[in-house]
Design a protein around this ligand. Structure first.
Ligand code: PLP
Length: 393
């Protein structure tokens, strides 16, 4: 049976799939079932941070699974402890990690830590979590409710109580009260449309929350793993949050979610857990990915690649100012605002036909999340294809 028919018959229709199926990849280059090549400016929504079929990651995974893949968190798992060390050291924060399997699950863990921290004997119970409008925190019932987009709350209720949405960073202060257990933000909203927050406002918020002893949770599921130039965007913003969540790029394609926190004593044995989280397979991948990315950063190659990509994007933007109204983003998390939604859809279609994969995000944004290892040749080829696509708009 044809793959499309098979999918239609057996897979629930929760995704509006693009009409293409990839069979292999190499760094930022993809090959579809017909042998056609594409440049990947998406890295699978910011996941394949070190490129497709990265040999070092693949070798690390193969070496690990030849010995043991899984035995549960009831015993010590060496690669998990090593992955935690690598992640904590790369961040520079004095934190400990919990390993989950996805971004939403990492955020669930973060909310549990903030809420347990907010339970104080004899005092008012702190349970409210403040999040931002246009945010995205995941697809579980709780993280859907944490997501500040009304359209995502249409079904599935009743939801857990205690989620409050602020219009922007500056309006969070007015929402804090004796019941606030935490504030959860993305420093650059990803799904919401590649929307960086203002550094000064974020620093002021972080300071205020420290004074009030309310944990700041930074959802770095998309911004983490050097996407913005530092291991976490929190480092770039010069803040010291209590909780950071990671997923997407930190596993390089293997499912993993991580909550890291300086609140090391809040959770005790039995409070939280995961069957798969931090098993040998995913931890071996995290170790290899973080090692590669650390080297990319310290050699200066990450900065060079980011400059090359942003220069190419700037030229592309300047050449099509009739279509694009603004270039947005930080590091290799970039976007172009498109004048209207219709045009954005057309660009997506023609880009694919011209041999380059791009993403869209809220607020009419054409989104770019290339592998951090993308080469100059791949960047040039990708924008050449995008220019071809624009000739049809
Ligand atoms: C993708 C994303 C999530 C959800 O991650 P999943 O792995 O799909 O559960 C949460 N927060 C942010 C900021 C994201 O970009």
């Amino acid at each position: 049976m044809d793959i499309k028919e098979l999918d239609k018959k057996y897979v629930l229709p929760t995704y509006a799939r693009g009409d293409v199926s990839f069979v292999s990849g190499n760094n930022a280059t993809l090959v579809d079932a017909d042998g056609k090549k594409y440049i990947d400016f998406t890295s699978g929504i910011g996941v394949v941070s070190v490129g497709h079929a990265n040999k070092r990651v693949n070798d690390a995974i193969c070496k690990q699974i030849a010995n043991i893949t899984h035995i549960s968190n009831l015993y010590y798992i060496a690669p998990q402890a090593e992955a935690a060390q690598k992640v904590v050291e790369a961040s520079g924060y004095d934190m400990k990690c919990f390993f989950a399997n996805s971004g939403a699950e990492a955020n669930e863990g973060a909310i549990k830590i903030a809420r347990k921290h907010g339970e104080r004997d004899g005092e008012i119970k702190r349970y409210k979590i403040i999040t931002l409008q246009h945010s995205f925190h995941g697809r579980t019932i709780t993280t859907v409710k944490a997501t500040g987009q009304e359209a995502m709350h249409n079904y599935f209720g009743p939801f857990p109580d205690g989620f409050v949405y602020a219009d922007d960073i500056a309006s969070i202060e007015a929402l804090l009260d004796d019941h606030t257990a935490g504030v959860m933000i993305e420093l650059i909203q990803g799904e919401g449309g590649v929307e960086p927050q203002d550094k000064v406002e974020v620093q002021a918020l972080a300071k205020l929350l420290k004074e009030k002893q309310i944990p700041l949770i930074v959802d770095e599921v998309q911004t983490g793993a050097y996407r913005t130039g530092e291991f976490t965007a929190s480092q770039l913003y010069g803040i010291d949050p209590e909780i950071i969540t990671l997923a997407k790029g930190v596993g390089g394609g293997v499912p993993v979610g991580i909550v890291m926190t300086s609140l090391k004593e809040v959770l005790s044995a039995g409070d939280h857990g995961s069957t798969f989280g931090g098993n040998y397979l995913s931890s071996a991948a995290v170790c290899a990915v973080v090692e590669i990315l650390n080297e990319l950063k310290s050699s200066g190659d990450l900065e060079i690649t980011s400059l090359l990509f942003n220069n190419a994007l700037e030229s592309f933007y300047n050449a099509h100012k009739d279509i694009f109204t603004q270039k947005v983003g930080i590091g290799m998390m970039c976007g172009l605002r498109v004048k209207d939604a219709d045009t954005l859809s057309k660009i997506m279609t023609h880009a694919k036909e011209s041999g380059v994969m791009v993403l869209k995000a809220g607020r009419n944004t054409l989104r770019f999340l290339p592998p951090l290892t993308i080469t100059k040749e791949e960047i040039d080829e990708g924008f050449k294809a995008l220019n071809t696509a624009m000739s049809y708009i």
